[in-house]
Design a protein around this ligand. Structure first.
Ligand code: FAD
Ligand code: NAD
Length: 474
């Protein structure tokens, strides 16, 4: 990394909350020469979410899709402080953040408050449960790394319990029934990965049980993957049919129990469907800290879906002190990694422009002072001309607004097939199948932030191809 510039009390301090897509992209792009930067996140790493379902079935190792936040910050011109802690409260009026270390091991100091000049708010969202009974207690989420690890453990536990000597047929059927709730891309990709695990590995590891494994995808809306084109939705539905993944649309999960899910069917009848485990992928909702932040600005922040920002990522009502990116915001864009990373990179470039604008403002103030003090006519005229030039430059100076460039939507649907809706020659190009699968793999490989992660993921794919997935339960 070389020698980094130290914290400079004369410079403005940017506090970044989060280490996900928005925050990491911001840190990657930011020139820290002119700012002190402090990053606060309960996770000291970045998680490459698109490959999380692959971790849940053991295609990839957990460590292959995470990258330490210090990996990014150690290359910066000025030393960046990385704090593993959870922000609990942002005080908008006093421009401070309070945070706590809630990890297993804590030092004498584990809670504090620091001031900021600018806050880059990128805490993402949490899993939406709609307050449905039993979800938090009995379902497994698919949002964080520990969710994927937990799902892998529970799924293998279902298999081992089904293999218990003398288990009844009915109980085996229940234990081997996996219900995925939510027909968005998370639920679909996870169902596809589970199917691959079954076909490619479980049939040889558990030959007596594999045929009894059943995957059901439950979706409240009339169709899965509403963000994809009709042709790709149909392609997914027919691939799932071949893969024997049942899709129940217009079916709402009303309760998750220990050994079953309560479903409201399209004809409004309510049934209890026995199952071994439930994976909950029913979308996002704002975090408590975000609701608390928005509640401080009741006039400007009224959108229940998240923080209202302008085209410069500025949180409305904060006078240019808080900028928000990613899933915590309610913009016209979908809450995706693609949007969060473009917003983060844009914001970092805008901060570089902000420094130039601040320098110009300082120059104008300085020249105005000089003009007032210079007595010699010629010299004053020269400085006056310089001042006019600087003022013209300042008047012309504009920070460009954010524009989103959609690169397309990709999803893996299992059986070495992927679907892609790509913006193509001003239209849309929809594609599905094996070629798209290799495109999906290469697109994600190139999107991974580091050579280390690319190498680990590529090696895992080769390892899985040769040796299969592991069924040892940690
Ligand atoms: P996140 O990436 O969630 O980051 C939030 C960060 O804030 C985390 O580091 C978190 O630890 C931190 N944090 C949380 N609470 C606090 C706190 N109190 N204080 C400080 N820090 C906090 N999108 C795509 O475009 N393509 C895909 O293929 C794709 N696949 C996905 C697959 C899965 C399984 C999932 C769950 C999502 C997927 N997404 C995909 C969506 C994408 O992951 C999100 O849109 C993206 O993560 C949003 O980025 P973010 O920075 O807003 O939030
Ligand atoms: P989502 O919001 O896209 O889908 C959740 C689905 O769950 C919805 O279709 C909803 O109708 C359904 N649902 C909610 N409650 C239900 C209930 N009680 N019973 C049955 N169904 C219910 O959520 P997601 O799939 O987690 O995706 C979140 C965001 O991340 C989206 O913006 C998505 O585009 C993005 N993402 C993208 C990719 C990709 O591009 N490959 C992959 C994963 C996630």
């Amino acid at each position: 990394p070389g020698v980094q510039l130290p914290h400079d009390p004369q410079k403005k301090t940017i506090v970044v909350l989060g280490s996900g897509w928005g925050a990491t992209s911001f840190l990657n792009t930011l020139d820290t020469t002119d700012y002190n930067v402090i990053v606060i996140s309960p996770k000291n790493f970045f998680l490459f979410t698109p490959l999380l379902p692959s971790v849940a079935v053991g295609t990839l190792s957990p460590r292959s899709i995470i990258q330490s936040t210090r990996y990014v910050t150690r290359h910066k011109t000025r030393a960046v402080e990385v704090i593993e802690a959870e922000a609990q409260h942002v005080d908008v009026a006093n421009k401070t953040v309070s945070f706590i270390d809630n990890s297993a091991i804590q030092g004498e100091l584990s809670a504090t408050t620091i001031p900021y000049d600018y806050l880059v708010y990128a805490v993402g969202a949490e899993v939406q449960t709609f307050g449905i009974p039993g979800v938090t207690e009995h379902a497994c989420f698919m949002k964080e790394l520990h969710d994927a690890e937990k799902m892998q453990r529970l799924f293998l536990d279902c298999l081992e319990s089904a293999a218990f000597h003398g288990q009844s047929e009915e109980e085996i059927k229940r234990l081997l029934h996996i219900v995925v709730v939510g027909g968005g891309p998370t639920g679909v990709e996870l169902s596809g990965e589970l199917h691959d695990f079954l076909e490619e590995d479980l049939k040889s590891w558990y030959p007596e049980l594999a045929d009894k494994i059943k995957i059901t995808l439950v979706e409240a809306l009339p169709s899965v993957l509403p963000m994809f084109s009709k042709r790709l939705i149909e392609y997914t539905v027919s691939t799932f049919k071949e893969s024997k993944i049942d899709i129940l649309t217009q079916t709402m999960v009303k309760e998750v129990k220990d050994k079953s899910v309560k479903l409201a069917l399209p004809d409004k009848t309510v049934i209890d469907m026995p199952c071994g485990m439930v994976i909950w992928a029913a979308g996002n909702r704002g975090r408590a800290i975000t609701q608390d932040l928005m509640a401080q600005l009741p006039g400007a922040q009224t959108n229940k879906r998240g923080i209202t920002i302008d085209e410069y990522m500025e949180m409305k009502g904060t006078n240019g002190s808080i900028f928000a990116v990613g899933d915590c915001t309610s913009s016209s864009h979908a809450p995706t990694a693609q949007v969060a990373s473009q917003q983060g990179a844009y914001l970092a470039r805008a901060f570089a422009q902000r420094v130039k604008r601040d320098d110009l403002e300082a120059k104008v103030t300085e020249l105005e002072r000089s003009v007032a003090m210079i007595l010699h006519d010629d010299e004053r005229k020269k400085t006056q001309d310089e001042l006019e030039g600087a003022k013209r430059q300042l008047a012309k100076f504009k920070i460009r607004p954010f524009t989103y460039s959609h690169q397309g939507t990709l999803a893996y649907i299992g059986s070495d097939k992927a679907i892609a809706d790509l913006p193509f020659l001003n239209g849309s190009f929809a594609s599905g199948g094996f070629l798209t699968f290799y495109f999906w793999r290469s697109a994600y490989l190139s999107t991974l932030f580091s050579l280390r992660n690319r190498t680990l993921v590529a090696t895992d794919w080769v390892r899985t191809k040769i040796f299969g997935r592991d069924v040892a339960r940690e």
